[in-house]
Ligand binder design. Structure first.
Ligand code: AMP
Length: 355
């Protein structure tokens, strides 16, 4: 795409969760519309989008009508069936591209890609059965983590092995799905870097944030991460390398382990990322607007951090604290409009400006 999307153009978004909701708000600020495609009823993004299609990803007719109604398509999650993408791509462009999506959908392909461009990943092995797990345990040892190659998120589809005796249980946890065994990394911190690239090849990165997880779910992102300047530069350079190699267009989240030997890439997410929510109150142009700008062929915005921020996710009953949070100074509340509170469900987040 050479011409920027004009006012009134419509961006199709696959997935109607909170990321789709915040992307829609950002698009509307730039005079653009969004059309959400989501199988579930009343998704969070529907409240703020111009149009919504409620249909499964297997509905070729609905996908065709959706693709014809929009100027381009993006997505807010990785696990979109290939067949759905084939139907859409025959009609309208998809950003980020299929290679980026295919790479991040499969942990094995992702690690092979990252290694092929000279980046460090945890020791890993392809696991298909008990014999391959045995062989991998001999090589990688324990502690280690068995992860499904596809469809994992928020620590789901993972099983930790403290000793080789845990092999059978870990394999059973995968329910026959192809998996990878990963050596356990002793990290000093987990950080992530949110990077963006537009079709013109401009790249912009936000400051890396330091992430704390609870029960496998992101709890807080603290910005700036407490890392030396040299590692910050390493993070920017490796993110740019990933985006350039994939000819990527859009925002990407890159999760990294900080170790005494340098940065190790945990995973990449070809979309706006929970660990980038701090940008809403820490930067002039946040990750959501940056993604819309990138896929719309606009110049990238200024992602300089003007404030130090700590983002805290409101998960499950945390949302009951909103009345108190609403009285806190320097605390920006972002709620996703989810009516039903469930354990482990991301209900919203707050960005506290550090003063
Ligand atoms: P993931 O779904 O791969 O992002 O894993 C969820 C969380 O589990 C990460 O954020 C880490 O805290 C932890 N984790 C995953 N893989 C490893 C690893 N190879 N070594 C140490 N910790 C890990």
């Amino acid at each position: 795409m050479t011409n920027p999307l004009p006012t009134g153009a419509t961006i199709g978004i696959l997935g109607g969760g909170q990321l789709g909701r915040m992307l829609s708000v950002a698009a509307s600020r730039l005079g653009l519309r969004t059309h959400i495609y989501e199988p579930g009823a009343n998704p969070p993004a529907a409240d703020v989008a111009h149009a919504v299609t409620t249909a499964p990803y297997e509905d070729a007719e609905a996908l065709t009508a959706f693709a014809r109604a929009v100027d381009l398509v993006t997505y807010e999650f990785e696990n979109i069936p290939t067949e759905a993408l084939d139907i859409i791509e025959a009609i309208t462009p998809i950003h980020p591209n299929r290679r980026a999506l295919g790479t991040s959908q499969d942990r094995l392909v992702e690690k092979q890609f990252l290694e092929s461009i000279g980046l460090k990943v945890a020791p890993y092995a392809d696991i298909t059965d008990a014999a391959s797990l045995d062989a991998a345990l001999n090589k990688i040892g324990t502690p280690s983590i068995l992860k499904t190659r596809r469809f994992g998120y928020d620590g789901k589809g993972q099983s930790r092995l403290a000793s080789p005796e845990d092999a059978a249980t870990a394999l059973a946890d995968m329910s026959g799905a192809p998996a990878v065994l990963e050596g356990f990394i002793t990290f000093t911190a987990e950080i992530s870097i949110i990077a963006a690239r537009n079709p013109q090849g401009e790249v912009a990165c936000y400051d890396p944030g330091e992430n704390i997880h609870r029960n496998g779910i992101l709890h807080t992102t603290d910005v700036p991460a407490r890392i030396p300047a040299s590692l910050r530069t390493d993070a920017v350079l490796l993110a740019a390398k990933i985006l350039n190699t994939l000819d990527y267009v859009g925002v990407m989240g890159v999760e990294l382990f900080v170790t005494p030997q340098g940065l190790i890439v945990n995973e990449i997410a070809p979309r706006v990322h929970n660990s980038g929510h701090w940008t809403q109150n820490g930067c002039t142009v946040d990750q959501f607007e940056q993604h819309i700008r990138a896929i719309s062929g606009w110049p990238l915005g200024d992602g300089t951090r003007h404030s130090d921020v700590i983002m805290e996710n409101l998960i499950g009953n945390d949302v009951d604290r909103v009345p108190q949070l609403a009285r806190e100074a320097n605390c920006a509340i972002h709620l996703y409009g989810k009516v039903e509170t469930k354990t482990g469900r991301k209900m919203g987040h707050v960005n506290r400006i550090k003063t």
